[in-house]
Design a binder for this molecule. Structure first.
Ligand SMILES: Cc1cc2nc3c(=O)[nH]c(=O)nc-3n(C[C@H](O)[C@H](O)[C@H](O)COP(=O)(O)OP(=O)(O)OC[C@H]3O[C@@H](n4cnc5c(N)ncnc54)[C@H](O)[C@@H]3O)c2cc1C
Ligand SMILES: CSCC(=O)[O-]
Length: 405
């Protein structure tokens, strides 16, 4: 039973936009909706609107392969991903909405000495920082995931694996719906079919509001959380950001009996796989290596990824694939996100989550709300500045970003 639920149909109000708000968040994905929720819940700021050009969750939040983990290398990354993982553990209770978080374990396969050295470095860094991660022999990896082929004569032989047992999956669109309902119940306006077409500033350069397809809406503060379109939005305020927007594809198979117990990822052969609660194998790939705003992608990526899956799991060679789709991921050079103030007073940016921002949804949203409310970053997000691309103090997480991104 949903506490306080007001009958069937949309579980959040869909009001007409007011003339102005204290805060406007551009982007009705998990990060934007969650930030609005935490602004209301933790900072008492409720005169907020989330403006979404399409429908909430229609962007990457509803298109991803739902992998959750926090086994990154640097402290700046471990801080925000572990903050997020801790929030995932009670998010269903917090939202009174079942987001189906499932800590089934995320196993990263090692195929060569370089993988092994890289994963053991992550494991040591994680454990020194109090984050669970462990090395498995091939036999231990197979015991944990029986469908895995560890034959020595396999095309991509496995010499071990890194396992984060608290990693896992969640139901992605439920996260958007849960945050939207929680925010709406606290007075936040969730406004769909409202595309931002301009960001207005006064003579001092401070933001005054946004132009939209539903007219001008005033705001004292504006948060941009639009993933693959974040650079397009920031350009509306004359701010160039170091993001590339690239297609990232995924696909699902026909439903099968439950038989795949965890998430398996392989950087070297560019594929990752899990099984949804509906029985479908959920398979992900590397990005298409060109800039594009199309939510599709090239067939060569899919065939390459399925080659890899069939090598790692020969038992799947006759499974039928049911559907493929793509999203637009906002990728930074160092594969780490940007969450911070911008050169424009009153304009805040949350972007650059690239191929790995679903796992960060609650943590990023929680800290983005702190940034907008207080005007300065929370210590757990202090390193994720836009300025690092000027100073060169990058946070290189290409290895932890996994697969070929
Ligand atoms: C195929 C795929 C697989 C992935 N797998 C994983 C995974 O397994 N694990 C993981 O951690 N991450 C994964 N990711 C990445 C993850 O999905 C994203 O990083 C994350 O969901 C971004 O959330 P968001 O709320 O910032 O963006 P989104 O959910 O994309 O929300 C941004 C919203 O902004 C809206 N918008 C854009 N322009 C405007 C405008 N002008 N006006 C108003 N609204 C606008 C868009 O319509 C969109 O709804 C994957 C991504 C893809 C595409
Ligand atoms: C799309 S890659 C999934 C992840 O980042 O764990």
């Amino acid at each position: 039973a949903l506490r306080g639920h007001k009958g069937w149909g949309p579980q959040w109000a869909s009001p007409e936009p007011r003339k102005d708000y204290d805060v406007i968040i551009i982007g009705g994905g998990g990060h934007g909706l969650g930030a609005a929720y935490y602004l209301a819940k933790e900072h008492g700021i409720t005169n907020v609107a989330v403006l979404e050009k399409g429908w909430i969750g229609g962007g990457n939040t509803g298109r991803n392969t739902t992998i959750i983990r926090s086994n990154y290398l640097y402290e700046e990354s471990m801080d925000i991903y572990e903050h997020s993982l801790k929030l995932w553990e009670n998010l269903s209770q917090d939202l009174n909405y079942n987001v189906m978080y499932s800590p089934r374990g995320v196993m990263m396969l090692s195929h060569n000495i370089h993988d092994q050295q890289s994963f053991k470095r992550h494991i040591n860094a994680n454990r020194l920082y109090g984050i669970d991660n462990e090395w498995l022999t091939p036999e231990q990896a197979k015991a944990y995931c029986p469908p895995l082929d560890i034959a020595k004569n396999a095309r991509y032989p496995i010499n071990g694996a890194a396992l984060q047992r608290r990693g896992g999956t969640a139901r992605h669109d439920a996260v958007a719906w849960g945050y939207a309902r929680g925010a709406s119940d606290r007075g936040v306006h969730i406004i769909q079919n409202c595309e931002v077409t301009g960001i207005r500033r006064d003579e001092t350069g401070k933001v005054t509001g946004v132009d939209t397809n539903r007219g001008f809406i005033g705001a004292k503060k504006i948060g941009v959380s639009a993933a693959g379109h974040s650079s397009v939005l920031m350009e509306m305020a004359d701010v160039r950001v170091p993001l590339q927007s690239q297609p990232l594809q995924a696909l699902v198979s026909e439903p099968l009996k439950p038989m795949f117990p965890c998430v398996v990822m392989s950087n070297s052969v560019h594929a990752y796989i899990s099984q949804s609660d509906k029985g479908e194998l959920v398979i992900g790939a590397g990005t298409d290596q060109y800039n594009s705003y199309s939510q599709t992608g090239g067939l060569q990526i899919i065939t390459h990824t399925l080659d890899a899956i069939c090598e790692l799991f020969p038992m799947f060679r006759r499974v039928k694939m049911m559907r493929q789709w793509g999203g637009i991921v906002d990728v930074t050079q160092d594969r780490s996100p940007i969450q911070g103030i911008t050169p424009v007073p009153g304009l805040f940016l949350n972007a650059g989550w690239g191929t790995g921002g679903f796992k960060a949804t609650p943590g990023s949203a929680n800290l983005f709300a702190h940034l907008i409310a207080r005007g300065e970053p929370h210590r757990l997000a202090a390193g994720l500045t836009l300025d690092r691309f000027r100073t060169g103090r990058l946070i290189d997480e290409a290895a932890a970003a996994a697969v070929a991104h």
